[in-house]
Unconditional design. Structure first.
Length: 150
């Protein structure tokens, strides 16, 4: 009695998103730098940070890379902790800025990254579910030729 093996291969992801995440990290860092360095609220920087995060979530959803929502904030914070420490020095002076920069680098990372993960995961999941009926099926089926009747 011969056994047949059928293997189904699907490609779910659609392209790299590393460059987009680095670009988003730079925009996010700039926005947070402006918010921390200035004494007054800067709504343009806040809107830039929020809408760039929503746009990244849309890109992750379209590219089917929802799991990158967990990685993107870590990449952003690895690029932004030093500029945020410098922004604290601009705002509070050198010595107080060093201490405030350490607090912002640790505490701010927890708060901001949690919010970024929530927004990225929610937006990318909604986009991915909304586009599910329109996605192509890239499947490869391997059928044993000795046992194929067709």
């Amino acid at each position: 009695m011969a056994n047949s093996i059928v293997v189904r291969v699907r490609r779910d992801v659609r392209g790299p998103v590393g460059g987009v995440i680095v670009l988003w990290s730079v925009v996010s860092t700039w926005s947070l730098f402006v918010l921390v360095a200035h004494r007054e609220w800067n709504s343009a920087a806040a809107h830039t940070a929020v809408w760039s995060t929503v746009l990244l979530g849309v890109i992750l959803g379209v590219q089917r890379r929802t799991a990158m929502a967990w990685i993107a904030p870590a990449v952003a914070w690895s690029l932004s902790w030093l500029p945020l420490a410098i922004a604290c020095m601009f705002r509070f002076g050198f010595w107080r800025g060093l201490l405030a920069g350490a607090v912002v680098a640790v505490g701010g990372w927890i708060v901001v990254s949690t919010a970024q993960v929530a927004v990225l995961f929610t937006v990318s999941t909604v986009i991915r579910v909304a586009l599910r009926p329109f996605r192509r099926r890239d499947e490869v089926v391997i059928i044993d030729p000795d046992h194929h009747r067709g």
